[in-house]
Write a protein that binds this ligand. Structure first.
Ligand code: DX5
Ligand code: ZN
Length: 226
């Protein structure tokens, strides 16, 4: 864990110009490319799959942060790793055994992320936190970009951070969904350090949007109150 990282979600990017969009976010200081994978079962929508990760891998050396919103992650870990994922995050609510998924991601040589939906009590993820590199707290119901931040997410971020700190764990907290600039500031103060933003980055002037987010990320740190 260390500095704050911007992870633009390409779900909101212009996919016809994906290479250019990724070059722009890299030039402006983004740390990860966040790739949302949806299967139409775990979430109602469909999005990207393995060939998209393969293609992106060829055009950037930014870390690829793959977010699997799929019911059976175990079957696809190796494929995503081979395609060039650096980090693979799966959902605690998927149907596979979390221990096995974690093991498989490690075996594939990727960083391990575990995610919880807004309705899942934070405490349910505690048994796995000493085995992962990142906790992704969904701040909207997964499935679509452009939704508003769920306000009760703030207490969840603070609760998770408090647990991670108390246990002396080295786990990043990523937040994803409705991360406006204002909410980003709050989330970082509460202990999040990886910020996913889709529509806020890719709608309008991408370079300018990144610059404003990077200014927030570089000037805001965790609060002292927790
Ligand atoms: C939602 C995805 C998000 C999404 C965020 O299921 O996991 O990564 O792209 O989009 P915004 O930032 O527009 O809420
Ligand atoms: Zn995501």
């Amino acid at each position: 864990m260390g500095q704050n990282i911007l992870a633009p979600s390409i779900l909101a990017a212009d996919c016809a110009r994906l290479g250019e969009e990724i070059a722009t976010i890299k030039a402006e200081g983004a740390g990860y490319v966040h790739v949302d994978v949806m299967d139409g079962v775990f979430v109602p929508s469909l999005s990207f799959g393995i060939p998209v990760v393969t293609s992106i891998r060829k055009v950037t050396d930014l870390k690829l942060d793959v977010h699997l919103m799929i019911i059976h992650p175990l079957a696809y870990i190796k494929n995503f790793a081979d395609a060039g994922a650096d980090s693979i995050t799966f959902h605690l609510e998927s149907e596979d055994d979390p221990e096995l998924v974690i093991e498989e991601i490690r075996k594939a040589g990727c960083r391990v992320g575990i995610s919880i939906k807004p309705g899942t009590p934070v405490e349910q993820v505690y048994p796995y936190l000493d085995k992962v590199d990142m906790l992704l707290i969904m701040t909207v119901e997964p499935g679509f970009g452009g939704q508003p931040y769920i306000k009760t997410s703030s207490i969840r971020i603070a609760t998770a951070k408090n647990y991670i700190r108390t246990e002396g764990l080295n786990v990043d907290i990523e937040v994803d969904g409705g991360m406006t600039e204002e909410v980003t500031r709050t989330a970082i103060e509460l202990g999040a350090n990886v910020i996913v933003a889709g529509s806020a980055i890719f709608h309008g002037d991408v370079a300018d949007n990144c610059r404003r987010y990077m200014a927030i990320l570089n000037s805001t740190g965790p609060g002292e109150v927790l």
